[in-house]
Design a protein around this ligand. Structure first.
Ligand code: HMG
Ligand code: MG
Length: 298
């Protein structure tokens, strides 16, 4: 990857909305994703194919993916915890899918109702089927900086799980600080240890901003060569199985920092701010992006 550029994986329409209490219509979600698509973002997580009983907000993902205006340069992906989810993602013509597990047994049990090992076994046939359909598979490891149930998580557990996901065929693994407890020095230690055995270009970072540390943690990750960053416009987000997990880092704030550091993203900040303002109005919630608040309304 070009060292002068960085890639954003926009997770606002998935991580951002999965935990929202206000139910959004398909029309509102489609309008939101269409606005995101106009910003120059090349990777948009558009939904997830999980049990609607577990995560009702994502129940309309098929209709959403079928209705959005897709941009040629943009990849529209979806979360798939099992084959059933993958079948729906294929039918909805997702461009890419993401599987998700974690570095904490208790979290994985609460989130996807199995052990870490069972999740990996479940993903092996899922990945073969995805590849038969020419779909790339991304992986997530949650709780890399700590778990809401178990507390501290060892780096070994994070690295072993990440390695397993790469070994079974994920092209990239996103390291999730699900509850936003990480701090920059610890992030540096984890990435330094991880990149002793895994190519840095196969890693992404996914920081929730619960403790206000996300930008510092992203900066620390950039210093070690990470160039793929997950973020959520307006700082939307949270995980239903991680109580107290607030939003992801706001994409607008990450873009502002990256551009300030001289890293090209291809994203138009003004258009991104417009997308963030739209969704906050629809959800009737305050905007979690400092940059959006700092910029005067047009
Ligand atoms: P389970 O109950 O063990 O599954 O749930 P099951 O296979 O026994 O099936 C139970 C029922 O669910 C059945 O329906 C299945 O058909 C249905 P019933 O017969 O009772 O009517 N079902 C499905 N329905 C739709 N789509 C599917 C599907 N699979 C089964 N794919 C399961 C296991 C994984 C399905 C469940 O635990 C689940 O859906 N969990 C949701 C997890 C989730 O979405 N969490 C949030 C995303 S992860 C996250 O936010 C973290 C991340 O952002 C990174 C970070 O921040 O760290 C990625
Ligand atoms: Mg998340």
């Amino acid at each position: 990857m070009n060292p002068d550029s960085a890639k954003i994986v926009e997770v606002g329409a998935r991580d951002g909305l999965q935990n929202e209490r206000v139910p959004l219509s398909v029309k509102q979600k489609v309008e939101f994703i269409n606005l995101l698509s106009k910003t120059g973002l090349t990777s948009i997580e558009a939904g997830s194919f999980v049990s609607p009983k577990w995560v009702p907000q994502m129940a309309s993902s098929s209709e959403v993916l079928a209705t959005i205006n897709r941009q040629d340069k943009t990849t529209y992906s979806a979360l798939t915890p099992n084959i059933k989810g993958l079948e729906q993602a294929i039918a909805a013509k997702a461009d890419e899918v993401a599987i998700f597990t974690g570095a904490s047994e208790t979290f994985v049990r609460k989130n996807i109702n199995c052990t870490i090992e069972e999740s990996i076994e479940r993903f092996i046939p899922l990945i073969s089927m995805a590849k038969e359909h020419n779909l790339k598979v991304r992986g997530y490891v949650s709780c890399v900086m700590g778990c809401p149930y178990e507390g501290a998580i060892s780096f070994k557990q994070v690295i072993d799980t990440t390695q397993r996901l790469i070994d079974i065929g994920c092209y990239e693994v996103s390291l999730g600080d699900t509850i936003g407890v990480g701090t920059a020095h610890k992030v540096k230690e984890l990435i330094t240890e991880t990149t002793q055995q895994i190519d840095v270009n196969k890693l992404a970072v996914h920081f929730h901003d619960t403790y206000g540390q996300a930008l510092a943690n992203i900066y620390a990750s950039l210093e070690l060569g990470i160039r793929t960053i997950d973020a959520s416009v307006a700082g939307l987000g949270g995980c239903p199985y991680a109580k107290g997990a607030s939003g992801n880092v706001a994409t607008e704030d990450v873009i502002y920092m990256l551009h300030g550091l001289g890293l090209n993203t291809g994203v138009d900040l003004d258009k991104l701010i417009d997308a963030g303002r739209y969704i906050c109005e629809e959800l009737n919630r305050p905007n979690g992006s400092k940059v959006a608040l700092a910029r005067p309304l047009k």
